[in-house]
Design a protein. Sequence first.
Lengths: 563, 365
Amino acid sequence: MSTAKDSRFGTPEILFGLSVAVLVIVVAVPMLLIFFNAFWVDGHFNVADVVKVLRHPETYKALGNSLVLSVGVTITGTIVGTFFAWLVTRTDLPFKKSMKLLFLVPFMLPAFIGALAWKMLLSPRAGYINRFFMDVLGFDGPIFDIYTYAGIILVETMYLFPFVFIQVSGALERMDPTLEESARISGADLFTITRKITIPLVLPSILSGALLIMLYSMAHFGTVAVLGIETGIYNIPTLIYEKIHQSAGSFDSIRTATVLATVLVITAALILWLQNKVLSKGRYQIIAGKSFRPTELKLRGLRVPLFVFCLLYIGFTIVLPTATIFMVGGLKTYGLPFTAENLTLANYNHILFEWDLTRDAIWNSISLGLSSALVTMFAGVVISYVIVKMKVRGKGILEFLGMLPFSVPGSVIALGVILAWSGKFGVNLYNTVWIILLAYIARYMAFSLKANSAALEQVHDSLVEAARASGATMAQALRDIVIPLVRPGMIAAFFLIFLPALRELTVSVLLYGPTTRTIGVAIYTLNEDGETVYSAALAGIALVIIVLGEVLIKRLVTGKNNS
Amino acid sequence: MADVRIDGVGKKYAGRAVLSDLSLTLNDGECFTLLGPSGCGKTVLMRLIAGFETPDCGVISIGGEPVADAASGQMLPPDKRGLGMVFQDYAVWPHMSVFDNVAYPLKLAGTDAVALRERTLRAVGLVGLSGLEARLPSQLSGGQQQRVALARALVSEPRLLLLDEPLNNLDANLREEMRFEIKALQQKLGITILYVTHDQEIALGISDRLAVMDENGVLRQIGAPEEVYERPVDDFVFRFLGIANFLPVRRDGDSLYIGGSMAAWVGPPPDKPGATLTAGFRPSDVLLARDEGGSDGLPGIIRRASFLGAQVDYLIDIAGTLVRAALPSHECLARNLLFVEGDRCRVELASVQWFEGNIVAGDRA
């Protein structure tokens, strides 16, 4: 705003400098190191080596797998998401409102915990469902093998379809029904209207949701790690994990990992660019603005069967795996049938109160979640302030750096953080909790910037100027006007970061040390080590914490809106 | 209470000069209006006075004290200038009640609790919002929010009140009412007011003096409202202050003709030299008569007639140039002057502003 003319370094410049410094250290340095390590060998720029790495069967298989899996999940997830979105917005399905909420539940559940449950149910030999069919019904072999491409695609679909569901149901709800009605008056039947009017209008939403699924699935670690490694199905993130973990940090494996990470970054950037293009198409504007009451299709005879189908889908994809987790978590030994004498609360007791490994993990996740959310919230509000409100040159850099991690997969961030903070530059944080914290801050900064910028854009400059004209110094105007007005945005940012951080696996699995397991890592490694019941019990506890957290937010947010 | 002196002030944005070498003095205790089209730089000038912008050159002083001096780089921040300001979008803080909004300047000044309460309630009463102190801005209408902004600007009894198009977003009735209220408040409190607007009606109604600024940030004329209205220095000012008619007039020896025609000019003689002239007049300056034998005035043909209640609006073709006339309805009825399209008439002009050269007529209604 106004500073004395001769002081070239007033508050805006200082804040700008600080913001750039934070983002450079946390975001830019790790990212640059990845590209540097991928393309720079023995002091030369080297593309031949990159090609060599890419031609290694292990690498291109992982690339191929990532592609096959993400395309598969995108197709199935888009179909499922679009179908259910249409069902809950445009038909007379019973209990539509509750159904809509239920279809959003998978968003809360971490996919790798779901994968764990499905492994317990459908692994070819030990899975409860397969065993039921073989032992009780006398089948020769398992009815479904979850350790396959199909299995991975199915499980990921269950947890990722809400991306499409949310976008499409939103678009269908906001679409002006007169568009369809006028087609109807012009003599088109319902089928023609759907084909010629409705689908073209919601297509951008479908595509944008589909691309989000693809982006997420491409970079997804947990499900593939739980279900694929046993039969040798690797995707890029799981291969990066293998390279980093099992090669004790040899240069070759790090290079391979950086090349893989580079491919991942480029793919993600491409997907986001496509999504931007899809969303910026003019036709999308037809479905903007206020909510209309859309025309409903009478399902007639199909009404009850489709309702039952939805219930079955929810039961099968949400209730069954969740129940499995809690039941297995209560078993004395994995593999025992679920009878009263085999079930106990001892596992939960052991995990919560006796075992250091799991107690540490819970403590680590909560403290990491809290501290990364707090740091990112405060840093985010300052950086957003510089971006949105201040007139300084070069703030485009800030925006770019801050939003960059949004398109960068978690495994890439983790890898970059390893490269930057493992002693190369005199700071060695490897195996400490600090390196995870740094990675979380980098990863979640974009969330905070989005929430805070949105809040700050509501605070018109004239509100601050009115305070200055009333006699407030810049600091007083910030304290009395700006901060109170962006507080809801800050709170939103806090929870947008705290909850995902709580259940995080992809980043921390690459960074954990002996005492710095997170909940996700502990569940994953316990499962790897064959401690299935403890893994399930911890997963159950994680689910409870997550659901409690979500409920708490809903309370806070709706409470705020009412007042 | 303070006078404001602006001395040779210039301001550039991205290399484009918005204001250059502008000088202006506001007298202590007067209501001064800066009138100009949107985007002309009048808001920039106000923001320079408030301290939200720094001048590239020149000096601004309030009450004899320099608050911005480009040469020395001396710059008093807005919070130290002792101002009240009302913004175009009100800028009422949405998270504070009416009372808290109005009390904020006093709170910052460290006013003790009793005086703060008393003065805040008085300011709220002054703008007619008593009883609504506990409301949040979201529970108020636009006009009420605007009054909150006004009360907030007045509560600390500033020496200078800056008003940036504060009546823009109000409906016509409320706008008029607030205009009277601002004027009454100013007279009651004796503060200096700078009012920025593009609405000539408000400007004429509210000001002790006003300045007309053109698109390039140049002040064309400064003076009392009636002076600027009656004796505009040029056609820009004339156009800007109301609906303007222009008739081209040609001087041939001692005779005057309308435009390129052979029709003789009938009316007040020009006070400007030159062969090519333009006569400027308002619709209300037009006097009409039926075109019967012996009647004086310029010959015209009615092209359009609109009855608007209190007045009748005519579009008249005078030797190829279209002009507008507004006559009181009762006069038209009494003197049989309700014309229909195609009627012939005679036009006399009660008052004419003469401009040199041929000015292309353009309505700035």
